[in-house]
Design a protein. Sequence first.
Length: 246
Amino acid sequence: MIVIEKVCKAYHLKNRSEPVRALDNVTNHIDRGEVVVIIGPSGSGKSTLLRSLNGLQGVDSGTITIDGQIVTDKKTDINKLRTEVGMVFQHFNLFQHKTALENIAMPQRIVLKRDRKEAEEIAHDLLRKVGILDHANNYPSMLSGGQQQRVAIARSLAMKPKVMLFDEATSALDPETVGGILGLMRELAAEGMTMIVVTHEMGFAREAADRVIFMDAGAVIEENTPDNFFDNPQSDRAQEFLRQIL
């Protein structure tokens, strides 16, 4: 489903003579239906890699291909690609002047050209799926953080994506809310959705992932099945990281 080949990205900062390597020759393949969790310290390149997958972040070199479409090719219709690659952010990014229902229905009407009735039927079904149908007519300011994140997930699912990307989707939520969102993500994984998840939730990584990728300094340091990675990390850097967080 996803092929990442020798991807590099560097940032040039005013106070540094040497560029900061956000992505350093990253290569990886992700199968259809696979759930991959990316972990690592802050600044390791996790979110940069995720944003590169749907063209929100350009790269300096290398190629990214999703279901045969070359994301890094300037000829690719990036807006069409993004309809097939759903992304859920840390801070929800809902339209504050639209209800939960409208937040899910409006992108379908604008991007996919669905009529109002079809878009709202799909929105209702997805609000039911994520457990907040009774909040359909509420505005984001009337919803809790967890409820807003459920709307954001439903909005992405409404586009019928081939891949879902989650960028620290629970880090802005209170501890009591996190479990519900992780449970919803587990349901999507069980349904066979191809998912790439950047998270600090190690319990989710161990339970839901098919594979864990550990990044540091823009590079993939280690990858393995969850049990092998957490029980027997191979690299010194991964061992140090796990000692600090577990």
